[in-house]
Design a protein around this ligand. Structure first.
Ligand code: ASP
Length: 398
């Protein structure tokens, strides 16, 4: 019996019980929100020190600027490949299913549109002008940029000084890993509370109201997660994706429950290295970078959502417009932060690129959180696969 009471099985049970409790006892689940928040806060507490230490250790472990460039280029190449494949799956599915609604058009305008994102402001936002501000605000992309420079600089120091920095950050990294293991034990409780809260707050009825859209998103996500990505694992990574999934599934379940790639990061790093057998240089570098840059689920979702909005408004988007969607959805997913609802905000970029009103976001906002859970699970699954696949191609010099 004890054999079955692992954190993973308890987490799956917690998801099922959370949904049931959200439906039957919404009041109770709304007031039990604190447990989920506690779990999230503990995870968030680990993100900044963990990202800092793990990326530093991973880069210095690579041993040279050349090895770093090599892995960096491969990581970005791979992210682009999978993101492009994800958007393509999204566009193919949405063109076949053609989801639309007229149902909620009246509701449009009641939700105030988020501020529009421009590409230049997005690029500037990647650079920190004050490291401590970036650290205290938890701005992951800015922190990543700094750590990459810091670690690259450390590679230029004489061996003794580089090694003392390395030893320090390795110890920080390991200690954070121990705390992550403690926090992971709370996963079932946190997941139960988070899922129960979402179901109690959003209700399942809205899913039914927008069923053709919801189904199109889910269908495309499943094709990508169960078909496209595993095919890459077999061909490029030469490993069995199902075996790997069973080892790292805890992180995917947490991504689903929290709808945040960043909050899941401490767990992804821990399970990839400890259970998934991923080299620490790869887990420490590819996962933190992937948590903000590589979002296949989000990219695919953006493409479907914009097409759905166009269909609902009766606007025909032809091939060239769909190329615009393809490009902007790719960038929007790279720019989206790993937090709940980030994809919805980034969608303004695509809507304005194809000339649709930003208020149209009101059309899909009601089901965003639930779809966010699915797309975040796919984002994290994509990152976990990336770390394992890229590990095969690391040319470490140490
Ligand atoms: N919640 C997603 C994530 O953290 C981003 C999104 O909103 O699509 O990966």
């Amino acid at each position: 019996m004890r054999r079955y009471l692992t954190t993973e099985t308890l987490t799956i049970a917690a998801i099922v019980l959370g949904i049931a409790a959200g439906v039957w006892w919404p009041e109770a689940m709304l007031s039990f929100k604190w447990a989920g928040e506690l779990f999230l806060m503990l995870l968030k507490m680990l993100i900044v020190p963990l990202v800092f230490a793990s990326v530093f250790v991973a880069i210095v472990g690579l041993g040279s600027g050349e090895a770093l460039r090599n892995l960096g280029l491969k990581a970005f190449g791979y992210y682009f490949l999978t993101t492009a494949l994800a958007v393509t799956v999204g566009l193919v599915v949405v063109n076949l299913v053609e989801p639309a609604t007229s149902h909620h058009l009246q509701a449009v305008g009641t939700v105030s549109p988020p501020k529009e994102q421009s590409l230049s402001s997005l690029l500037l936002s990647f650079v920190p002008s004050n490291l401590f501000e970036a650290l205290s605000e938890g701005r992951i992309v800015q922190i990543l940029l700094f750590v990459i420079l810091f670690a690259a600089a450390a590679l230029h120091l004489e061996a003794a000084r580089r090694e003392s920095l390395q030893l320090f950050f390795e110890s920080v990294n390991d200690a954070m890993g121990v705390i992550a293991e403690w926090v992971i034990k709370l996963t079932p409780l946190g997941v139960f509370s988070l899922i129960g809260y979402v179901v109690a707050k959003e209700g399942l009825q809205t899913l039914w109201d927008l069923k053709s859209y919801v189904l199109a998103v889910l269908l495309a996500l499943f094709i990508h997660a169960l078909g496209v990505l595993p095919a890459l694992a077999v061909t490029l990574g030469r490993f069995n994706p199902l075996d790997y999934f069973l080892k790292v599934r805890e992180a995917v379940l947490v991504a689903f429950s929290t709808a945040s790639s960043s909050a899941t990061l401490p767990i992804s790093i821990e399970v990839a290295a400890e259970k998934g057998g991923v080299k620490k240089e790869s887990a420490g570098f590819v996962l933190p970078l992937g948590a903000t840059v590589n979002m296949d689920g989000t990219a695919l979702y953006e493409a479907i959502a914009v097409m759905f909005i166009a269909n609902s408004y009766g606007v025909e988007l032809g091939f060239s417009q769909q190329i615009v969607i393809f490009l902007t959805a790719t960038f929007a997913s790279i720019g989206a932060a790993g937090i709940p609802g980030a994809g919805l905000v980034m969608m303004t970029m695509i809507l304005s690129a194809v000339g649709l009103p930003l208020e149209a976001i009101g059309l899909i906002a009601a089901v965003d959180r639930i779809l966010d859970m699915f797309r975040t699970a796919i984002n994290v699954w994509g990152d976990l696969l990336a770390a394992k696949i890229l590990a095969r191609y690391i040319k470490s010099e140490q």
